[in-house]
Design a protein around this ligand. Structure first.
Ligand SMILES: [Zn+2]
Ligand SMILES: [Zn+2]
Length: 152
């Protein structure tokens, strides 16, 4: 299963950057395109290798700066348990926490936005006087296409 590059998504983040008055440099845009084009979560190292095909002078800080920008703008999510990155399913939304389903076979990541889950976690923590500042909600397993034996 190959994801087609979603040009509408790219246009959408271009518009949002214009509205927010932040600069979507060609490198930032390219890193976002690479993340969108990959059918699985991409590591910074993979992104750097791919970026080098069009920009041979690219260095690790180039990729990390672009990733920081994209994370800050809420265009991508970091998959903490595998230290990789995916595009956000709803880039037009405010910053949010998602429940990520990570396939250990094909590394595909499904983003679920379940506000009631976040509310539940926040309320449970509140009972202990604990104020949550970040959530990492990741589940590992086997995705549907891997379960049914479809080849990628
Ligand atoms: Zn998201
Ligand atoms: Zn899978």
């Amino acid at each position: 299963m190959v994801k087609n590059l979603d040009h509408k998504l790219i246009e959408q983040i271009e518009e949002m950057c214009a509205v927010r008055g932040v600069r979507l440099t060609p490198q930032r845009k390219r890193v976002f395109e690479l993340i969108c084009a990959s059918p699985k979560a991409s590591s910074a190292y993979e992104l750097l290798e791919q970026l080098k095909t069009s920009e041979p002078q690219a260095k690790p800080p180039t990729v990390y700066r672009a990733l920081d920008f994209l994370l800050e703008q809420g265009f991508i999510h970091r998959v903490e348990s595998t230290n990789s990155f995916i595009q956000c399913n709803s880039c037009n939304a405010h910053k949010h926490y998602s429940h990520l389903l990570i396939c250990d076979k094909c590394s595909n990541v499904i983003e679920l936005q379940e506000d009631s889950l976040i509310t539940l976690l926040t309320n449970n923590a509140k009972k202990h006087g604990f104020k949550i500042t970040n959530h990492v909600i990741e589940s590992h397993g086997i995705c549907q296409s891997c379960t049914t034996g479809q080849t990628e």
